[in-house]
Design a protein around this ligand. Structure first.
Ligand SMILES: NC(=O)c1ccc[n+]([C@@H]2O[C@H](COP(=O)([O-])OP(=O)(O)OC[C@H]3O[C@@H](n4cnc5c(N)ncnc54)[C@H](OP(=O)(O)O)[C@@H]3O)[C@@H](O)[C@H]2O)c1
Length: 255
């Protein structure tokens, strides 16, 4: 899938840090893009900044709602007639000791960061199968490589671990139909999401930029037909080593 100019790609979380960077990278390739997020006005502003605007469709979509996901897929097919690529990038975070975590946050993380990735995959996979190929890219998290899951992030991380497992299984199940599946594991990246978290490195230079993650997505999408980068971790380089970007041992907030 090296020529991205004639491909059709849905990007969820297109209004956010990593998703928006992926949009910009793919727009530069001339890819037909469907930008999905709840803040449609932000999507429209992003569209205005892109080249090839006639190849860009913005769709308001709350990924926690089944009907919105179905509408996203249907509108994409109506306009472009096919779906070659999905980049699942919608995400929320919630950093709490488990016993204090708002109950509604648990549901929100589950639906946004895990269930919507699985469901959107389910909704597009038959289109890809019928077309003889496709590529699903999940923005997962570098936290999947931390065992046990980091304190105050256990719901977020354990669902990312589940997403990683799902994607690996999906790859093996869909491989014979020409469908690729890639999980990207970003380390800590400068986006609105990290801006809301506590205890992130005060040394701004240690945060990766979202363009680094978008470059990795582009790498995954431009490999030869017989090559699928199944998992790509992009982790903060720290030279010389001083301390983690997120402290290993985070104090409980009430201390
Ligand atoms: N930043 C990091 O350090 C980091 C590290 C590892 C993994 N990640 C993962 O990378 C992905 C993107 O994160 P980010 O850092 O780019 O976050 P971000 O800047 O906060 O953007 C999050 C995006 O998700 C969308 N979103 C949230 N809830 C949604 C919903 N219910 N329906 C539709 N869209 C929704 C937001 O759009 P609207 O608000 O407009 O709906 C926004 O476009 C997430 O899966 C995150 O877990 C990030």
């Amino acid at each position: 899938m090296s020529n991205l100019g004639d491909k059709v790609c849905i990007i969820t979380g297109a209004s956010g840090g990593i998703g928006k960077s992926v949009v910009e990278k793919l727009a530069a390739q001339g890819t037909n893009l469907v930008l999905a997020a709840r803040r449609e006005e932000v999507l429209e502003d992003i569209k205005k900044s892109l080249p090839n605007q006639e190849k860009v469709l913005c769709i308001r979509c709350d990924v926690t709602k089944q009907s919105d996901l179905e509408n996203l897929v249907n509108k994409t097919i109506d306009k472009f007639g096919k779906i070659d690529i999905v980049v699942n990038g919608a995400g929320v975070s919630s950093q709490y000791p488990f016993w204090q975590q708002p109950v509604e946050d648990i549901e929100k993380i589950m639906h946004t960061n895990y269930y919507s990735y699985v469901m959107l995959s389910r909704l597009v996979v038959n289109h890809m199968k019928d077309a003889g190929g496709g590529h699903i890219v999940n923005i997962t998290s570098g936290s999947v490589m931390v065992d046990p899951p980091p304190r105050n992030f256990i719901v977020y991380t354990s669902l990312k671990v589940a997403l990683r497992a799902f994607a690996k299984g999906l790859f093996w199940e869909m491989r014979d139909f020409g469908i690729k599946v890639t999980s990207i594991f970003p380390g800590v990246t400068r986006t609105p999401l990290t801006g809301k978290l506590k205890d992130i490195s005060e040394e701004g230079g240690r945060l990766m930029e979202p363009e680094a993650i978008a470059d990795t997505v582009l790498f995954a999408l431009t490999q030869s037909e017989n090559t699928c980068p199944l998992e790509l971790a992009v982790i903060n380089q720290q030279t010389p080593w001083k301390k983690p970007v997120i402290p290993f041992k985070q104090d409980h907030p009430e201390k």
